[in-house]
Design a protein around this ligand. Structure first.
Ligand SMILES: *[C@@H]1O[C@H](CO)[C@@H](O)[C@H](O)[C@H]1NC(C)=O
Ligand SMILES: *[C@@H]1O[C@H](CO)[C@@H](O)[C@H](O)[C@H]1NC(C)=O
Ligand SMILES: *[C@@H]1O[C@H](CO)[C@@H](O)[C@H](O)[C@H]1NC(C)=O
Length: 184
């Protein structure tokens, strides 16, 4: 019995190998703007398909795109006419179906996901990404080190950020180097 189930599953898989690769498990869709759908396919797959947003109830399915070229592999979809579901809504799946007229023929289905408002910089991100993201932003703050403005010894390592004051020093240094080069 179990073996037969496996055989049936293998048969279904061989009929269509379209597989949703985005959204993958753990990611959410944004309530604002476009959302991405990506998939993998093989040459025996249908040449085009329709993408629907499903909450598990087929009568609620919302078509996001039709006659999508299978070869594209990825596409940004616009919100349906009534907009994306509200932040926190879900779970939903992205269904890849045979056609707009045949939405019950599901070729592939994404893992479940939710909708969430776009992240703003004020919301605390996970520690690891926060560390990565703050790296570039620390440089501008280095430039405006107004707190230790009393220190007249500007580290030469700060390079271009040292503003015009360093320019004179650089000129002097260059002159010295040229002088030394000339003497040598
Ligand atoms: C979509 O695919 C079907 C079946 O593979 C094909 O008959 C039809 O011509 C295709 N339409 C477009 C617009 O690619
Ligand atoms: C996705 O949304 C759900 C429900 O709002 C939330 O519990 C989950 O943490 C979110 N996942 C990510 C990766 O933000
Ligand atoms: C340095 O900053 C302090 C306050 O942080 C300010 O009182 C002082 O005038 C500043 N000095 C210069 C040279 O800008």
């Amino acid at each position: 019995m179990l073996k037969n189930l496996f055989l049936v599953a293998a048969f279904v898989a061989s009929v269509s190998a379209v597989s949703v690769t985005y959204p993958y498990s753990g990611v959410n869709y944004t309530t604002d703007g476009q959302n991405k759908v990506s998939w993998s396919s093989v040459s025996t797959d249908p040449k085009n398909f329709t993408i629907t947003l499903s909450n598990g109830n087929p009568s609620d399915d919302q078509q996001l795109d039709a006659l999508v070229d299978t070869g594209l592999g990825t596409i940004e979809v616009n919100p349906p006419s009534e907009g994306w579901p509200a932040s926190g809504a879900g779970p939903y799946t992205i269904n890849i179906v045979a056609s707009a007229e045949n939405t019950n023929s599901i070729l592939a289905q994404s893992p479940k996901f939710f909708f969430q408002a776009p992240k703003t910089s004020s919301t605390s991100a996970p520690v690891q990404t926060a560390a990565v993201q703050t790296a570039p932003t620390t440089q501008p703050t280095d430039d405006t080190t107004s707190t230790d403005n009393t220190t007249t010894t500007v580290p030469p390592a700060s390079g271009e950020s040292g503003a015009s004051g360093l320019g004179a020093n650089t000129v002097l240094l260059t002159a010295l180097v040229l002088l030394c080069a000339g003497l040598a």
